[in-house]
Design a protein around this ligand. Sequence first.
Ligand code: 4AD
Length: 477
Amino acid sequence: EESRKIVLTEDASLPKAVKAKIINLEPLRDKRVRLSGWVHRLRDQQDIMFIVLRDGTGYLQAILTGNANKTYDALTLEREASVELTGTIKVVPEGQKAPGGHELVVDYWRVLGRAPGAEEAFSNRLNEQSDPSIQADLRHLVMRGETSSSVLRLRAALLTAFRATLATLNCLEVTPPCLVQTQVEGGATLFKLDYYGQPAYLTQSSQLYLETCLASLGDVFSVQESFRAENSHTRRHLSEYTHLEIEVAFVKFEELMDHIETIICETVDKLLADTSASALIKSLNPSFTAPIRPFTRMSYVSAIAWLNEHSILHPAEDAEGNVIKDDDGNVKMVKHQVGDDIAEAAERQMTDIIGRPVFLYGFPAEIKAFYMTKLPRVEGQPEGVHYTESCDLLMPGVGEIVGGSMRIPDMDELIAAYKREGIDPTPYYWYTDQRKYGTCEHGGYGLGVERFLAWMANRYTVRECSLFPRWPNRATP
Ligand code: 4AD
């Protein structure tokens, strides 16, 4: 071991090293380069040490031999230490594989920041079997891994592709506020806070603000965090999620659904046409293919019938919404009825059987938000029953990823809707004003970015699709 305690110095007679990033190494083959990054993997054999270096742009195999492998730092190096490596980029010998097809033959290197070692950082606390709460506590380290970082990388590509697609449709990006004094999707899921002595909320949706932009900027969109105080511990609910919302003027309901389909399909096509994004999709979800158009459109009433034809039941609830159990403690399952909310489990079974994107449209007014227009009445529709120009887009494996609707353009009808829902119209004066000053037929939708990503990247839960996910009782790290 004494022999390894050599102090390494840089040989001044070697060509000057070029500072580089892993992604840009191809034109630098046979040149001397200097790279900084983290020790992603480490394999130490008697006379040779292999480091897989990670710098955020890619992975690079580095080889340390001779004196470079005999220093104290070489002896004590651990995964996740940060290092600076200097050497020559060489094409790997025939028959060998390495990321990028080349490797770094190191002639000088130094440790920038030590790490306590993989055992301490990961293996002892974190493995496939470890408790999910430990995984969540260590999210800041988990995201250094290949899978987690690929998901985050695809997320970035996805947002870029959405923005590019929206630009081709003349939608302008705006940045609505997060601190608001109005609700959009019902008071039950609002996070309330004290705002200089006034009540305020974290936004549930930027929709109302997007609507105000139509007469000023034309069709608009936003990518904003939405907050939902939902006590849902499911695979697809977060307390804070990234909401891509779009609002378009002078459209009919059918055109709104066409819009959703176009945005999704063109964004997917862009990602598949992009070399690095498609490589990420391939590694995360090898069987992914672009969805077939047109998407199926199924009315809510037909969906209820479909669920019953396929014997998909839902738990019975009493008047207070508590699940009813039989004497043996088994949940009582019942058929769906018109008026029921289609719950997550039923929706998931449905999309899994259909196996392709489905628009469900025409939900009953009672289970939807106050601002939605009504569908024209059809023959045989019972008195007092109203269906709305609303739609959810369901994807196999995830279920609902988009929710959208047409918005009430008529002022009196909107005021009646506030009243019906028990909403005080006072703080909504600016929203109501849109109907007073040149109203227009318009609609829009919101897409849950984490849900879309879970679908594309085939992730088990949206928690894997957020940088630092928040769910009930979790706001750390
Ligand atoms: O269906 P939602 O509640 O619709 C709205 O908020 C409309 N105001 C949007 C609009 O028309 N501009 O939410 C839209 C989408 C859902 O389809 C889902 O993908 C996602 O937002 N979403 C959630 N994602 C993660 N966690 C939650 N708790 C979510 N709640 C909704």
